[in-house]
Design a protein around this ligand. Structure first.
Ligand SMILES: NC(=O)c1ccc[n+]([C@@H]2O[C@H](COP(=O)([O-])OP(=O)(O)OC[C@H]3O[C@@H](n4cnc5c(N)ncnc54)[C@H](O)[C@@H]3O)[C@@H](O)[C@H]2O)c1
Length: 341
């Protein structure tokens, strides 16, 4: 049985606790939140011990692994507590908000003997795993360019909410794009340059909204274009299209992968069938592929790793690589320059 302690009992803290409750060999035993009402409600729902600080939670003898789901700008406090207690760590993305915090976290983590993973849930999604595998097998030949669209027309945050404050959340550059920047890094390797323009949650707008258009060029010359919105109207969805010399692969929001050979017809690939042929470990998890299920996969994989089983988990370095690009987008949008990494 893996016993989890949760720092930050908001949206993601509750989501992860609900997911863990479904895993037979895992349970949430303790929680901490700066908001006493949120903490009370969470602890009575999950029969968790109430802690009065991040340090108390991390040091709690009934906590085997610390989950950090506080706002991004508070992650460092939870990470310091977990490292002081020498416990394994799951930290939500984005790792932190600033380059200074990233540097301090890197220092903290040096020679840390325990597991440290980050909430890049898309790495656990069968559709992303399938695309990673097909790219490695050379299905579409040499990749030349990639297009990511992430419109969120459902954005409704108001002033006072930390998501609506660029200094705290980093807007879509740091928050939303973290996942797809990580996927691009996973698929294409290291980025060499970043150029971006963005609204950066400009407070002069009547209501909070955000938009970014960014271009990353990778060391292997893959050009990756990303657009992302926090808009208060319009489309919501996600699409990642990858073009190679021999064809096209796309990951859509519908948990599907589309493959189109060069000058051929598009076909939908079912990740379950495709991965099931060769990957029994993933196959067993592929019952209902939806976003909720992806969190189940994420915490099943984490629980497996903590129980000594093989599981591929995104690392601190992956989180740092993704953040470095987000921060370069900010730098580029502020200066108008192409940033060389
Ligand atoms: N992986 C994903 O798909 C995904 C999705 C949404 C959010 N996130 C990330 O998860 C994290 C949390 O986001 P959320 O949507 O749950 O935010 P939220 O605002 O809903 O919840 C944050 C909670 O943390 C508490 N809190 C604030 N400061 C704290 C502190 N210093 N110590 C402990 N608790 C504190 C708040 O009271 C609140 O209950 C963020 O880093 C966010 O970027 C990840």
């Amino acid at each position: 049985m893996i016993r989890y302690g949760i720092i930050g009992t908001g949206r993601m803290g509750k989501n992860h606790a609900g997911v863990i409750a479904e895993i037979p060999e895992a349970q949430v035993t303790a929680a901490y939140d700066i908001d006493p009402a949120a903490l009370d409600m969470f602890c009575s729902e999950y029969q968790a011990t109430k802690c009065s600080s991040a340090r108390e939670l991390a040091a709690h003898p009934e906590v085997d692994c610390v989950i950090i789901t506080s706002p991004t700008y508070c992650h460092q406090e939870g990470l310091e507590a977990a490292v002081a207690a020498n416990k394994p760590i799951f930290c939500e993305k984005a790792l932190c908000r600033t380059a200074e915090a990233a540097k301090e976290i890197t220092g903290l983590r040096k020679n840390y003997p325990k597991l440290f993973t980050v909430g890049f849930v898309r790495r656990h999604m069968p559709k992303s795993v399938l695309v990673k595998k097909l790219l490695a097998e050379g299905l579409i030949g040499q990749v030349r360019f990639c297009n990511v669209e992430l419109p969120l027309g459902l954005f409704r945050r108001m002033p006072g909410d930390w998501f609506a404050d660029f200094q705290l959340s980093g807007g879509v550059m740091v928050d939303m794009l973290a996942h797809h920047v990580d996927l691009a890094n996973w698929f294409f390797g290291d980025a060499k340059t970043v150029y971006a323009q963005g609204v950066m949650l400009d407070p002069a707008q009547p209501r909070p909204a955000d938009y970014t258009s960014a271009i990353m060029t990778y060391e292997n010359n893959v050009i990756c274009n990303m657009t992302c919105t926090w808009a208060r109207s319009g489309r919501t969805g996600e699409l990642m299209e990858i073009y190679g010399d021999k064809g096209y692969l796309a990951i859509t929001g519908e948990d599907q992968v589309t493959y189109c050979p060069l000058e051929g017809e598009s076909v939908k690939l079912d990740p379950e069938t495709e991965l099931g042929k060769k990957n029994a470990a993933v196959e067993k998890d592929l019952n209902e592929v939806n976003f909720g299920n992806s969190f189940q996969l994420e915490f099943q994989h984490l629980t497996d790793a903590l129980n000594g089983k093989d599981a591929a988990l995104p690392s601190l370095q992956d989180a740092l690589n993704s953040l470095k690009i987000s921060l370069a987008m900010i730098d580029s949008a502020k200066t108008g320059k192409v940033i060389t990494l």
